[in-house]
Design a binder for this molecule. Structure first.
Ligand code: HEC
Ligand code: HEC
Length: 495
């Protein structure tokens, strides 16, 4: 009896104590609350006090609604990460909406581009891209701000002063319709492939400032053949004829997958699309034509809200065998992996489910990687096996450029080796020069064959190599003279 009472008292005390304990540490919830700093005050992390308050919240836009061109002035979080697979209106209304909006939008896009760049059509005379058919355009054509008469005058100013007076000519470039975003093909591509003409938006660059089309294709295993395509665009219809007898069956299979169209977020058979007719989709080579690039752009799938996604121009696939890092921000570690996850569905697996997945088995993605690894850089006949200019073949100005590149201009700190890239991501802190949202670390790109892939930088904001040199002259605060900058451009055209 006594024993029983003791046990009951003991059990009662246990229940009471454990109830209090659970109450205290919150185990009545499924999960305990996390730790929280008391009286939290945000440090400015060197960005300047009130930095986030100086940025506007991203506007909440419906699909298809016009988006601001100056997206760098916005920041933070707004809206949902998830896309809705239906249109905000009926298909007929969608078509009419864009029919009405597109002419005005494109007029504004042209005016905006002309306000940023002086597309004067001037070329580096006698200098051609690798296929020998298209001249390399001359710059710098980034427009100087009012009151500044030369790039030399501008680069004498400190980053703080350039920022304070709003003088920076190379601010980020936005996707001109960032609410819908997705792939925008150049006019020269659309002429041959009218199925990719969008009802809502066209490309914003003049053709002269884009890569040659179709570009030549060089293979690591058949250097003797030069351009293996002999001036043709490689398609699903002709790839077999061109490559049978040159590639292994595995590489052939990989190439087939690279030229086979599959549906994407906005190019597909549903009404969630931007083409008048239902679309078979796009192939990898619709942008990376012949394993290079035609200058198509899209938004990187790696961020939300949508308006925070950076515009990205299509990088070349040439020389990918030497790269260890893919995509401007995602640092994907192999081409096979990239082929598995690339941005057909804008980083939204929900959309993939709605439209129908590309369903690439790992084995197939590996084969795409196998073929990709055969794509070589274009010939650089002035470079020796160490990647240095052969002095008997190079001009005085090119040799001067090389000296600067490896010395005073500091380019070789990050661009060296056979691909002229170190495979790292860098935060160039370009926001030192303008009031806006910092873009953070971006992947470094190879400079081998660079003359063939304008426009430059992840978002196409630099139309010519001369603009790229001006950009780095400012960003690295080099204070190079006009002659030195010309020499650097002359050197870059040899790589
Ligand atoms: C808009 C047309 C477009 C299509 C179609 C396309 N890409 Fe890309 N590709 C891009 C853009 C833009 C990037 C840059 C992405 C980024 O920076 O996040 C890219 C990046 C890449 C990269 C990384 C290159 C680098 O230097 O970082 C690889 C590899 C690649 N694409 C392979 C593919 C494959 C494989 C396919 C087909 C399954 C494909 N792409 C389809 C435009 C396209
Ligand atoms: C601190 C490292 C670093 C140094 C030094 C550097 N770069 Fe770069 N370079 C980068 C990064 C990172 C990118 C890509 C940036 C982006 O897309 O936002 C880049 C991109 C480029 C591009 C465009 C590539 C493309 O495919 O669009 C060119 C051209 C270029 N650099 C030339 C130069 C020259 C010329 C110099 C010397 C004056 C130089 N760089 C010095 C890191 C560097």
């Amino acid at each position: 009896m006594k024993k029983g009472i003791i046990i009951i008292i003991f059990l009662g005390a246990f229940v009471l104590v454990s109830f209090q304990v659970t109450e205290k540490i919150g185990l009545h919830l499924l999960q305990s609350p996390g730790a929280e700093v008391e009286n939290y005050v945000e440090p400015d992390y060197g960005l300047g006090t009130g930095h986030i308050d100086s940025l506007k919240p991203f506007p909440l836009l419906k699909k298809g609604e016009r988006s601001p061109f100056d997206l760098w002035i916005y920041g933070g979080k707004n809206g949902s990460s998830f896309m809705n697979p239906t249109l905000p209106m009926s298909w007929d209304q969608w078509v009419t909406f864009h029919k009405n909006q597109k002419p005005g939008l494109m007029e504004d896009v042209d005016n905006y581009m002309n306000s940023r760049f002086n597309f004067n059509g001037e070329a580096h005379s006698g200098r051609y891209m690798s296929g020998g058919r298209k001249e390399i355009m001359k710059g710098p054509i980034g427009r100087l701000p009012r009151g500044i008469s030369s790039f030399e005058e501008l680069s004498e100013l400190t980053p703080e002063e350039i920022k304070r007076r709003d003088l920076f000519p190379y601010k980020p470039l936005a996707h001109p319709l960032a609410s819908t975003a997705h792939m925008v093909f150049p006019d020269n591509w659309n002429k041959v492939h009218p199925e990719h003409i969008r009802i809502d938006i066209d490309h914003d660059y003049p053709d002269e400032y884009l890569p040659e089309f179709p570009p030549p294709m060089f293979l690591t295993n058949h250097k003797e053949l030069g351009d293996v395509t002999k001036g043709k665009e490689v398609t699903l219809s002709n790839y077999y004829e061109i490559f049978d007898g040159l590639l292994t069956p595995e590489q052939m299979e990989g190439l087939k997958e690279l030229v086979r169209p599959t549906p994407t977020t906005w190019f597909n058979h549903t009404t969630h699309r931007v083409t008048l007719e239902p679309s078979a989709g796009v192939s990898c080579f619709s942008c990376h034509v012949n394993g290079h690039t035609n200058g198509a752009f899209e938004l990187a799938p790696d961020s939300r809200p949508h308006l925070a996604r950076l515009r990205v121009g299509t990088p070349s696939m040439r020389g990918n065998y030497n790269l260890m890092q893919f995509a401007s921000k995602r640092s994907i570690r192999s081409m096979d992996h990239f082929a598995e996850i690339e941005e057909y569905f804008d980083g939204d697996p929900g959309m993939m489910q709605h439209i129908g997945p590309r369903a690439h088995q790992k084995q197939v993605a590996n084969r795409m990687g196998d073929f990709n690894a055969m794509l070589d850089f274009p010939p650089a006949p002035k470079l020796n096996p160490l990647g240095k200019l052969i002095s008997s073949k190079a001009s005085a100005i090119e040799l001067e450029g090389e000296k600067l590149f490896w010395g005073k201009a500091k380019c070789s700190t990050c661009h060296y080796g056979p691909a002229f890239v170190d495979d790292q991501m860098y935060d160039l802190q370009v926001e030192r020069f303008y009031k806006g949202r910092p873009e953070g670390p971006i992947k470094n790109f190879p400079l081998r064959g660079i003359k063939d892939s304008p426009p430059y930088l992840h978002d196409d904001r630099l139309p010519t190599l001369d603009d790229a040199v001006e950009f780095f002259n400012m960003v690295l605060e080099l204070k190079l003279s006009t002659d030195e900058k010309e020499a650097l451009t002359a050197y870059l055209m040899c790589l």
